[in-house]
Ligand binder design. Structure first.
Ligand code: CA
Length: 229
């Protein structure tokens, strides 16, 4: 597995590179946003560890450009701020995971393994799931309805897949957190709300007649109807 670390704090950057190499990953690094973008755009990485505050080009902007260029490499954002707005902006820009500094390197390694595994599953598993007017291509991370289609980030795809497999059943926030972030994760209920809102926007974008409904105090349900507000 090949990992790109983009971090301008030189001691942290060097430490991360050493730790990752110690796990037998192939590791490259950059210490500013512009060179990080150049490397990220090659598409050769399995995971990118991306700091937000970077010289020349910040991590959020870098991530947006990667996604605009159809680079779907899973990205873990490193942030010094615990601010929810920062998290929402990062997730909205296509990040797959978050880690607030200072972090435990074992936690980082666990998340890298999880993202790497998923990427492996994606390339092997070219499956299509259909519910009502929605067709989800999990390999290409695309969702279609009629002649419209929209790209999904890794987490959005995982969430949509889970909702579709469990369509017309109420799923609790806790189950979604377990499914998307795993047990013992630091993920909070508002992460789920953020991703549900992304899914709704995308369902609306493709004019789908399928919606995610909030069931007060219980969770969410995917079913027929136009309610993606
Ligand atoms: Ca920084």
């Amino acid at each position: 597995m090949r990992i790109l670390v983009i971090e301008d704090e030189i001691y942290l950057c060097e430490a991360l590179v050493q730790i990752l190499k110690g796990q037998n990953y192939i590791v490259d690094f950059d210490t500013d946003g512009e060179s990080g973008l150049d490397d990220g755009l090659t598409g050769i990485y399995d995971v990118i560890v991306l700091d937000i505050m970077l010289p020349k080009l910040n991590g959020i902007e870098l991530l947006k450009r990667l996604r605009e260029n159809n680079i779907k490499t899973p990205v873990i954002l490193l942030t010094a701020k615990g601010d929810i707005n920062d998290k929402v902006e990062g997730l909205d820009s296509g990040a797959d995971d978050y880690l607030a500094k200072p972090f435990n390197t074992n936690e980082l390694l666990a998340r890298i393994r999880a993202l790497g595994r998923r990427r492996g599953e994606i390339s092997e598993n070219n499956s299509v799931i259909i519910y009502n007017d929605i067709l989800l291509n999990t390999a290409e991370m695309k969702m279609m309805s009629g002649n419209k289609e929209v790209s999904l980030t890794l987490k959005e795809k995982d969430l949509m897949e889970y909702l579709m497999i469990n369509s017309e059943k109420v799923i609790s926030k806790e189950r979604i957190i377990e499914k998307l972030w795993g047990f013992n994760s630091e993920a909070e209920g508002n992460y789920v709300e953020v991703y549900i809102s992304f899914i709704r926007k995308k369902l609306k974008l493709i004019n789908s007649g399928t919606s995610v409904y909030t069931v007060r105090g219980a969770g969410y349900i995917l079913k027929k109807g136009e309610n993606n507000v």
